[in-house]
Design a protein around this ligand. Structure first.
Ligand code: DC
Length: 234
C-alpha cells in the first residue's frame, strides 16, 4: 500500500474520512487497471478489494478447506496473513501476486465471497485503506456497501465478449494458458454468481457514473473519471 503525505481534506471528503472514488463492475471490466491509474494520477491510495477475496480463496485451496465450509473460511479470513507492498501482495510473507490471478482462484474467490462472515472479516481491512489524501477502491460493493459516502461512484462495464478477450490477453501475457470459449463460460457464470448472491450483490449504485468501456480505450475511460472527479470538486 502506498503511503502519501497527508493533504488538506478535499471538498468531497466525508467529515470522518478521506475522500473515496469507488469503482465497481463485473469481472474483467478493466476496473483494476483503471482504478490503479486513477489513484496514481491523483496520488491517492489504492484498494484492490477483489485481491483480498482471491487471497482468502488461495489460502483455502492450499489448506484443503472446502469452499462451502463457512466456519473454517470465516476463521481463515479473520486471520489472513496478507500484506500489500505496492503492487505486490503477500500471503504469509510469500509473493502471491501472480498466483491469485489464476482463473481457478478467481472462481473460488467468487464462491467464498458469498459467505457473510467472510465479507464481514474482510470489511474492516478494506475500510482501513481509507486515508488522506484519498482512496480509489475497486470491487463489487465499494459504492453500495463499503463506502456509501464515496464522493464519486463509478460503475464500469463492458460486453461479455470484450471482457473475455481482454482477460484472455492478460492471462496469456502472464504465461497462463487460456481459451476464449471457456473464458466466456467462466465469466458468465461469475457474473451470475456475483450479481445474484444475497449479500452485497454487484449493482450499479444510485447516482453512479456508468461507463461502458466496450468501445473505449483505457486512456479515454481514465480521462472521463478524472474529469468527473475534478468537475465535482470544482
Ligand atoms: O475483482 P476480482 O475479479 O479480482 O474479484 C474476485 C472475486 O471476488 C469476484 O468474483 C467476487 C469477489 N469480490 C466481491 O465479492 N466483492 C468485492 N468487493 C471484490 C471482489
Amino acid at each position: 500500500m502506498k503511503h502519501s503525505a497527508a493533504a488538506a481534506p478535499e471538498p468531497g471528503a466525508a467529515p470522518d474520512g478521506a475522500p473515496v472514488i469507488a469503482i465497481d463492475g463485473p469481472t474483467a471490466s478493466g476496473k483494476g487497471e483503471i482504478a490503479r491509474r486513477v489513484a496514481a494520477r491523483l496520488g491517492w491510495h489504492y484498494l484492490d478489494s477483489g485481491a483480498l477475496y482471491r487471497v482468502t480463496a488461495l489460502a483455502a485451496l492450499r489448506a484443503g478447506i472446502a469452499l462451502d465450509d463457512e466456519e473454517a473460511l470465516a476463521r481463515l479470513a479473520r486471520e489472513l496473513p496478507v500484506t500489500f507492498a505496492g503492487a505486490r501482495i503477500e500471503l504469509g510473507g510469500q509473493d502471491v501476486s501472480a498466483e491469485i490471478r489464476r482463473q481457478e482462484v478467481g472462481s473460488a474467490a467468487s464462491q467464498v465471497a458469498t459467505i457473510g462472515a467472510v465479507r464481514e472479516a474482510l470489511g474492516g481491512l478494506q475500510r482501513s485503506f481509507r486515508r488522506p489524501p484519498g482512496l480509489v477502491a475497486d470491487g463489487r460493493d465499494m459504492a453500495t456497501v463499503l463506502f456509501p459516502d464515496a464522493h464519486l461512484k463509478v460503475f464500469l462495464t463492458a460486453s461479455l465478449e470484450c471482457r473475455a478477450e481482454r482477460r484472455h490477453k492478460q492471462l496469456i501475457e502472464k504465461g497462463f494458458s487460456a481459451n476464449i470459449p471457456s473464458l466466456l463460460q467462466e465469466l458468465s457464470e461469475r457474473d451470475a454468481r456475483d450479481s445474484n448472491r444475497a449479500l452485497a450483490p454487484l449493482r450499479s449504485a444510485q447516482g453512479a457514473l456508468v461507463i461502458d468501456s466496450t468501445q473505449m480505450t483505457i486512456e479515454k475511460v481514465l480521462e472521463s473519471i478524472v474529469q468527473e472527479h475534478h468537475r465535482r470538486n470544482g
